[in-house]
Design a binder for this molecule. Structure first.
Ligand code: ZN
Ligand code: ZN
Length: 89
């Protein structure tokens, strides 16, 4: 519960792309399909998941890192935050 744990660092570092609980981007051509915010692939509703850090909706297959429970983009930051021992402030 320390303030400087990696996850809080990441939360502060990540730019919010979407608000938590906001809806994924709907694909206009096909109903019930959504666009992955990272790879722009068209996905079924159950194949995409919202990243709790940046709010992006990403596909589980390509853009979701289960290990970190975050999208690919945020996972990179989590890794950096997790391995860095430097205090930033
Ligand atoms: Zn994707
Ligand atoms: Zn993310």
């Amino acid at each position: 519960m320390a303030r400087d744990d990696p996850f809080h660092k990441v939360l502060k570092a990540v730019a919010r792309v979407r608000e938590p609980g906001s809806k994924p981007e709907e694909d206009l051509e096909s109903m019930d399909r959504y666009t992955c915010d990272l790879c722009q692939g068209i996905k079924e509703r159950e194949d995409i998941i919202q990243c709790g850090f940046c709010g992006r909706w990403v596909c589980r297959k390509n853009c979701w890192e289960r290990k970190f429970k975050a999208c690919e983009s945020c996972s990179g930051l989590i890794m950096l935050a997790g391995t860095s021992t430097d205090e930033e402030e």
